[in-house]
Design a protein around this ligand. Structure first.
Ligand SMILES: Nc1ncnc2c1ncn2[C@@H]1O[C@H](COP(=O)(O)OP(=O)(O)OP(=O)(O)O)[C@@H](O)[C@H]1O
Ligand SMILES: [Mg+2]
Length: 329
């Protein structure tokens, strides 16, 4: 793994800078990110958000069930505005169907909004053809919930991990593969194997290695442990947290579990029915929730916190190799 970069503690992390008045907004609003992201790190001046969403609306047509009645539409997002700054660990929480995945897919330009815009480092990405999104595909990657669904079963792990690298025309494939396998705690020989030869936790390690292959600045994760066995969830969460530190990543982390987001993220946005109802620094939102829905969420979460204490990526990776019964020999 690369040398870990000194990282600020949660208390030193910036307050969020959100737009929009539709939701409860707290904190310093628009604090500078903890790292100097270089020219254009955020916006063109270097000081803006790395990722900005303005008044995002996404409607889906309902399937037609009657010849005589119009099927109508589902408003998955109803005017969401938020900013993510370089170095932030930005958690998005909310109940099932609140629009979290829709928002994340739009942030990654994997879907187009009905209206509103998404910008990455000051450049609009919504409505832009794929062939002109190279800068985004290099710098922003996504880890999805279901590692089996997101890995092509007909490709060897080495090809899966390095595919984004090759697609972007980068050359150092073999050295990068070895580095990535080590970083996510997979054995050297894993590259020659197939996805079905790995356990769920290991497959998510492969998906994380793939996401990191282009050395992105921003990692979006959509419920990355919800499909995994409870026994490996904390390992994968701790690995993610350590990689975010080591590679100095900006993280956007979607979960329905406020306890996990509270542990991983310095900033929280709470979503309900397609809207952000409350945002702010994690401590403020979790310790003194203003919106009744946030209070409801806080009262309803299961706990992973004990398992998350005392994390160490190398130890966890070793433990995963040693303990996992499905580890290929
Ligand atoms: N492709 C689609 N076609 C039709 N409706 C959709 C589509 N994608 C999402 N929706 C609808 O949009 C709403 C928001 O869905 P979304 O998947 O974003 O929620 P979520 O917060 O990620 O939920 P979960 O926690 O269950 O993953 C839901 O009502 C969903 O049924
Ligand atoms: Mg979802």
């Amino acid at each position: 793994m690369t040398d870990p970069t000194p990282h600020p503690t949660s208390s030193e992390r910036p307050a969020p800078g959100f737009r929009g008045d539709a939701h409860t907004r707290r904190g310093g609003g628009g604090g500078d990110g903890p790292r100097d992201d270089g020219p254009g790190g955020g916006g063109p001046g270097g000081g803006g958000p790395i990722l900005e969403v303005v008044d995002l609306v996404r409607s889906f047509r309902r399937p037609r069930t009657s010849l005589f009645r119009s099927p109508g539409a589902v408003e998955a997002l109803r005017g969401v505005s938020l900013e993510v700054r370089a170095g932030q660990r930005f958690g998005i929480v909310g109940e099932s169907g609140s629009g979290k995945s829709t928002l994340l897919r739009l942030m990654a330009a994997l879907d187009q909004p009905t209206s509103g815009t998404v910008s990455f480092r000051g450049r609009t990405v919504s409505g832009v053809p794929e062939r002109r999104l190279g800068f985004l595909r290099d710098d922003l990657q996504v880890v999805f919930q279901d590692p089996m669904g997101s890995l092509d079963p007909r490709m060897r792990v080495a090809d899966i991990i390095t595919e984004p690298l090759v697609a972007q025309g980068h050359g150092d494939r073999d050295a990068r593969l070895a580095e990535l396998l080590d970083a996510v705690g997979l054995p050297d020989g894993a590259g020659r194997r197939w996805p079905h030869q790995f356990s769920g936790g290991q497959r998510q390690r492969i998906a994380i290695a793939r996401a990191l292959s282009t050395r992105p600045r921003v990692l979006l994760a959509d419920e990355p442990v919800s499909a995994l066995d409870v026994s490996v969830r904390a390992q994968i969460l701790n690995l993610l947290a350590d990689l975010v530190d080591a590679y100095d990543l900006t993280l956007v982390f979607v979960s329905h579990d406020l306890t996990v987001v509270r542990h991983l993220c310095d900033t929280i946005a709470v979503m309900r029915a397609g809207e952000v109802v409350e945002t702010g620094p994690t401590a403020a939102v979790a310790d003194d929730p203003q919106h009744p829905y946030t209070r409801q969420l806080l009262g309803a979460v299961p706990t992973l916190q004990g398992a998350l204490a005392g994390r160490d990526a190398a130890t966890l990776a070793r433990r995963a190799r040693a303990d996992d019964p499905e580890e290929p020999s």
